[in-house]
Design a protein around this ligand. Structure first.
Ligand SMILES: [Zn+2]
Length: 528
């Protein structure tokens, strides 16, 4: 909903002013037998005189109050409750607050307007008040709220929720009662005040507007569920559901039991899983799932629930018992508990890998292997290899010049000395493989592109008697080494390698000159 012109709020300034009850001051200056008073609220000034006891007939109507710092009193002019402050030696004070005003727009639209109100006191001066409307939250039936912030001359859409303390302008409640979409929504203080005082009001009616069945949910007793909706705790409602069980995403026969538990989140999630798996669990099965879920990290539960798509709860439990990874008894140590939890996680991993790789998930051989950890490790290697093969095919296609340049580059850069050899990469796939084995980033697009375009080249430095085993990867530009690394970005035998590379680059410069002279000679020979 777009921001729009709204009706002015009558009585807001006056109401806001009343909220600063602690800082209504009357400044006084005592001067012997009398005191001059100045009410900072109404701005009036008056004088208090001490009663002259010697002459009881004079000044009979005058005051007996003797102003003192922080003494409570009432303004003689405007009757406001206030406290005395000396006209000099009083610190200035600045206070602020927020007032929330609710307005009906029509039966299916409502707006909360937040006013930022301030009070500034300065010694001996009238108190200054200000109020600015700085936030608007528009509610519309069946919609998410739209929020706007005041940027002085313009309102900008905002994505921040209301996370501050506010006082509710009393007329707001009447406006809520007048609005069709809220008229029959029961007021549940335990939900509304969940956050602090009645600052849950906005959240409450955001939920009431957004979920058209909010009223019914509360009336049938799903108060915890309603509370979660208000507090934006994910409970995965289906806004398009026609019936209540569809909106809750549970089987119809679970509704009664869910209501008995007021819509408890854990129970709801179990029932939602049951429906998602198109299952109808028996009590025994439900207990198994409940026990499993309670003993599983929520981050693993997604995989676990995928496994349950193919494995019935009873078979899952039996297999886990056989594999000694079912939840241990009460007396088990926490180490044993953790060990079994880790095993279960590995099993869920194993199953989800099988699913992803398209295996036949009806086969017991696949579902219940005698050593699922070994099968899992095999799968990991297989999946990784498939990924690598794909990457290699891809880079060979994308960076073909690495291969075509090899011969020329080899002439320029290949060398052997002191038990080491160095040579350029033969093709893009070889660079990817080098990076994989040495666990560094040379297989990334950046180095490949650079080599392909001739900006810098990747060379492999290896031990002479282990020519096929990656050892050091070198990046070179012309005859200058840019960087070199071994496995895991380490620099093994750094001193030796640095020295070796130094000699190597020196040799390269020489070789360059020689090649030039060599290429010049045949030319001369030809012409001769
Ligand atoms: Zn006054």
């Amino acid at each position: 909903m777009d921001n729009m012109e709204l009706k002015p709020v009558k009585g807001l300034e006056e109401y806001a002013r009343k909220q600063f009850t602690h800082n209504h001051f009357i400044y006084y200056s005592r001067k012997g037998a009398y005191a001059e008073c100045h009410c900072a609220e109404c701005g009036k000034r008056y004088v208090l005189r001490a009663i002259e006891t010697e002459d009881p007939f004079k000044d009979m109507a005058l005051d007996i109050e003797k102003p003192q710092r922080d003494m409570p009193t009432v303004c003689r002019e405007c009757k406001i409750k206030a406290i005395y402050k000396p006209a000099k030696h009083t610190k200035s004070e600045y206070s602020f607050g927020r007032v929330c005003v609710g307005q009906k727009i029509d039966d299916e639209r409502f707006v909360f307007r937040i006013y930022y109100v301030t009070q500034q006191t300065r010694q001996g001066q009238d108190t200054y008040y200000s109020s600015t409307e700085d936030h608007r939250i528009f509610l519309e039936k069946g919609q998410k709220p739209s929020r706007y912030d005041n940027y002085g001359t313009k309102w900008h859409q905002s994505c921040v929720g209301e996370n501050w303390y506010y006082i509710v302008f009393p007329k707001t409640y009447k406006e809520i009662a007048k609005t069709g979409m809220f008229k029959h929504v029961p007021v549940v203080p335990s939900i509304m005040n969940h956050w602090r005082d009645d600052c849950g009001l906005i959240y409450y009616y955001i939920a009431a507007a957004r979920y058209p069945d909010f009223e019914m949910i509360i009336k049938i007793g799903l108060t915890e569920y309603a509370d979660n909706l208000v507090r934006k705790i994910p409970v995965n409602p289906n806004p398009r559901g026609k019936k209540v069980e569809d909106r809750l995403r549970i089987n119809k026969d679970r509704l009664k039991s869910l209501i008995e538990q007021k819509g408890d989140k854990k129970t709801l999630e179990l029932y939602q899983l049951e429906r998602r798996l198109k299952a109808h669990w028996t009590e025994e099965e439900l207990e198994i799932i409940k026990a499993l879920k309670e003993a599983t990290y929520s981050t693993d539960w997604e995989k676990a629930s995928k496994a349950l798509k193919y494995i019935s709860p009873v078979r899952m439990r039996n297999y886990m018992k056989k594999q000694k990874m079912w939840m241990p008894g009460e007396k088990a140590t926490w180490q044993e508990r953790n060990r079994r939890q880790d095993l279960r996680r590995e099993y869920y991993d194993y199953i989800s890998m099988r699913i992803n790789e398209g295996y036949d998930m009806t086969s017991d051989v696949i579902l219940f292997p005698s050593d699922f950890r070994r099968r899992r490790d095999e799968m990991i290697l297989m999946v990784e290899k498939a990924k690598m093969d794909k990457r290699k095919t891809e880079v060979l296609e994308r960076f073909p010049k690495i291969k075509t340049k090899y011969k020329k580059l080899s002439e320029k850069y290949s060398a052997a000395a002191g038990g080491y050899i160095i040579r350029p990469a033969k093709d893009a796939a070889e660079i990817v493989e080098e990076g994989r084995i040495l666990h560094h980033c040379v297989g990334g697009d950046g180095y490949l592109r650079s080599h392909n375009d001739g900006r810098s080249f990747i060379l492999f430095l290896r031990e002479m008697n282990k020519k096929d085993i990656p050892f050091i990867t070198v990046e070179i530009r012309d005859k200058e080494i840019i960087q070199w690394y071994g496995a895991y970005d380490q620099k093994p035998k750094a001193k030796l390698i640095n020295a070796w590379l130094k000699t190597y680059t020196k040799e390269l410069s020489k070789r360059k000159r020689e090649t030039k002279t060599i290429t010049a000679k045949p030319k001369a020979a030809k012409t001769a």
